[in-house]
Design a protein around this ligand. Sequence first.
Ligand SMILES: [Zn+2]
Length: 406
Amino acid sequence: MNNMKKGDHKLIQALNRSKVLNKIRTEGPISRIDLAKKNNISPSTVASAVQELIKDGYVVEIGTGSSSGGRKPILLQFNPNNHYLFAVAITNSLIILAAMNLEASILKKATFPIDGLQGKELVERLLQLTDDFIRSYGGGGQCVGLSVTVPGIVSDTQGVVYYNTKLRMENVPLKRIMEEQYGLRVWVENDMNSVALAERRFGNYAYSNLIYISIGDGLGSGILINDTLLRGKHGGAGEFGHTSVNWNGIRCECGNIGCLDTSISWVAIYSRIITAIATGRPTLIQELSGGDYAKIDPSMYKEALRRGDRLAISINEEVAEHLGAGIVNLVNMFNPEALILGGEMALGNEELLAMVRNYIGRHAMPILANDMVFGLASLGGDDKLIGAAAVLLQDLFGFSLIESSI
Ligand SMILES: [Zn+2]
């Protein structure tokens, strides 16, 4: 320890602080002495970390706990409300902005349509909306940063959106642009990765090996391995929708032929529905749309399913088979503890879940599939905002872990 540099010392202090904060967050209300004992941290390290955390407003002292005699200890609790963060979720059709506390609860939210904007125009609109939102946010407390989630190939370390075909974003240095503009620390992450992290941290799936799959406009996934996101060299890992499944399939926007995306994403389903209507096949969806086929969306499709529409049921069965086959590959490749199905096509679609579960049961290696948790996403419509918060909180405070008591 003698040749420890000053920088190392600071780093160790910061790590201790973050470790102590996490313990207070997950084990609180807890006394200083229990914190030290339970986690094998020296009482003096706990004391100095706690002092700083209280001073900075991350931790508060509340009441007193029980004691077997002598003075009763003061209890410490995490305080998520003295600070806030900004979250921005860019989807292929919306820009959603929010201010959130440090437990990812939404304090204020605003949603705007993208209106077909692409490339530079989209970035300009994003900056203008974010600017307005930050200016108008009147909440108290201190801002810890801004976190953006966006579909496509994203470098989290560079904060660059390398590639998004639908939004025509290519090599956009979002982190640098926004940090310069707002003077805040900025995080940029792929949307699927962020939701995988959020399901782990804030959802019903507290597993360190999990895969989140979203089936909606496109088909994507986020893969968490030993509590670390699998990103790959360019941040492109998890492009589940572009796994190649049909040599004779149709051309995909990625340039390949027969990607899974081209057979079961909503775009593919929509075109199947339109074709069925055009060839005179009777379906409730036609009735529900009132003849305005542009209005047909996943919720209409799910409504038709609920009412027993035969076209919707047969499409759902087909989706289950294709998706099931893709998922079996993931199960056999990654052996996840939990696999989560989200996105507009899946939410509330219990039949799809049941059919895919059945498919996995028949086709995956039994030893890998038998005790795997398989369920629908648990975070609802704000999942990407919660995801953005999860990315920031993990990086700033190491919040990804729902820590075990080891
Ligand atoms: Zn593709």
